[in-house]
Structures are given as C-alpha cells and as structure tokens.
Ligand binder design. Structure first.
Ligand code: GLN
Length: 293
C-alpha cells in the first residue's frame, strides 16, 4: 500500500465512522505514525509504506474510529505554541482557553503581577504557558487529581521550567494552598451536569468527568472560589476565570458582590463570552460585609 492509498483509506474509514474532522485527523495520524511532513508526503505519496508503518496506521485509525480523541492517541496537544503531554487524566487543552492565558498575560504585564495560582490546573497548560511567557513569573498549580498533577509535573519538566518556579500541589481548591498570590486563574469544571450527556463523545467519554461537571447550574466552582479566595489573593490582585458562553453575567455578579473592581468579560474567537475577571478590592469587600449585617 502506498502512502497515498493508506491516507485515502484512513480518511474514508474516519468519514464512515462519523468523525467530523476526518480529513485532518487521517492526515495527523499519518504524520504521527510515519513522521513525514506535508512536504515530504508529496514527494513520497506513491511510494510503498513499510508493513510496520501501515499496520500502525491501521491501528491508530481504528482507535480514532472508536472515538478516542486524536490527542489521546498521539499523546500531545499544542497550546499557546507549546507542546503539552495529555492523557485520560486531564482535560485536553482547548483553543478557547488561550483567551484566558492571553488576558492573564496582558493583565500581569500591566500590573506587574508575578505570583500566580492556577486552580484546577489539569495538564498545567495555563500556569506553565504564563511562566514560559515571562521569566520572572512563578506559581502554583493545584488539582484534586493525582494523575493530573503527575501529568502537569511531566509538562513542567518538558518545558524546562524549574520545580521552584512551578509547584504542583494536590488540593481541593484552596484546601492545601498556602500563601498569597498576585493573580488567581482557573478554568474550572463549568458544564451543567444535565448538559454533559449532550456533549460529543470524544469529550463526554474521554475527557475526565471531574474536569467537566460544574454541578447543577454549572456555577458551583466559581461561587466557591470567589467565596474562599480570602487571604490567598492580595489586595489589587486579579481573579480571572474561563467561563461557559452563557455564564458571564452570573460570574460577573459574583465578583461584583464580593467587591471586585474593573470587571471584564472577554470573548473567544467565535465571538462567545469566554473569560471573566476582576481586581480584588479588600476595602470594598469589607464595606459589603458591613452593609450585609
Ligand atoms: N470548554 C470545555 C468544553 O466545553 C469545558 C471545560 C470546562 O468545563 N472547564 O468541552
């Protein structure tokens, strides 16, 4: 079988299996098993594949046909231009989340923030990208899941970030977190439990359920984080979240009620609300407490 015949076979199988991006995925899996670039493919496409390579290609196409995400087969996902290891223990980094990183990076430059806490860190992609983007930054990534933390730690090493700059810590939100940060970022689970069954199979069956489920109204973690921030965020520090596209109003309200200033909502590339953040104002928070009594 030639490279071209194999690729066409792969596309056809994935199309038959109902994979939306069958064309791209068949190619990426070809690149993965054979190591050839697009340019090399056009030189070699009429050459015979080795039996070993063809068999590996057939195997990975079959895996993808069973809906296993491409990234779980190749073991990697690019995010912010860096390569991250991924597996079934972490949410595969999404392009939407780059909006959160860009906004956090911009705000950190403006305000000179350098100590960052990333709650529900998963693969570590948010914290590690922010650290790669600016050398003087350091921080903590926390997660409930030990295998997720192991993956984040592996990504830290692969990206050449020292264990002093990035510490990964097992913690249920703030439970085991010590110290005060300039900025707290999080892409917590935010899908309403009820809506999880409507997600595409790749997400529903292969992303960790724990990384998706935002409980009944999807807002569980935002509420809890805003309520428990306490001394972990310094006065005039920033809290920044990724949100689901219909959650901007509710999450902005949580921040407003907790006395945050400069509340902002940022949209993703599809024009949907994706990020909400605000600046912590301790004086105002205390005022709110006084007026609440
Ligand atoms: N954006 C993810 C999705 O819709 C969900 C991530 C999350 O819950 N934080 O697949």
């Amino acid at each position: 079988m030639t490279f071209r015949e194999a690729l066409n076979w792969g596309k056809e199988q994935l199309k038959k299996a109902g994979i939306a991006e069958y064309d791209l995925d068949a190619w990426l899996l070809m690149e993965y098993v054979s190591g050839i670039s697009r340019a090399m493919y056009y030189v070699k496409d009429r050459k015979e594949m080795t039996d070993e390579c063809r068999m590996r290609y057939e195997d990975v196409i079959r895996l993808r046909m069973s809906r296993i995400p491409l990234q779980h087969i190749t073991g990697v996902q690019e995010f912010m231009g860096y390569e991250f290891r991924v597996n079934e223990h972490v949410l595969i980094p999404r392009q939407d989340t780059e909006i959160l990183v860009e906004e956090a990076d911009r705000a950190a430059r403006e305000a000179g923030y350098s100590r960052i806490l990333d709650l529900c860190t998963g693969s570590g992609c948010i914290l590690l990208s922010l650290l790669k983007m600016e050398e003087h930054r350091s921080g903590t990534g926390s997660d409930l899941s030990e295998p997720a933390l192991e993956t984040a730690e592996e990504n830290r090493k692969l990206l050449g970030i020292s264990g002093e700059r990035a510490v990964f810590q097992k913690s249920d939100l703030f439970e085991n977190i010590e110290g005060t940060y300039d900025m707290i970022v999080s892409n917590p689970p935010y899908i309403r439990t009820e809506e999880i069954r409507q997600l595409q199979e790749e997400v529903r069956l292969f992303d960790p359920y724990q990384a998706l489920d935002g409980k009944e109204d999807g807002l569980y973690f935002y509420r809890k984080i805003v309520k428990e921030v306490g001394r972990h965020l310094r006065d005039q520090g920033m809290l920044l979240f990724e949100i689901g596209c219909d959650q901007a109003e509710a999450v902005s309200r949580f921040l407003r009620e907790a006395g945050y200033d400069q509340i902002r909502v940022k949209k993703d590339l599809a024009g949907l609300d994706r990020v909400v953040g605000g600046v912590y104002n301790k004086a105002r928070e205390n005022e709110e407490e006084l007026t609440n009594v």
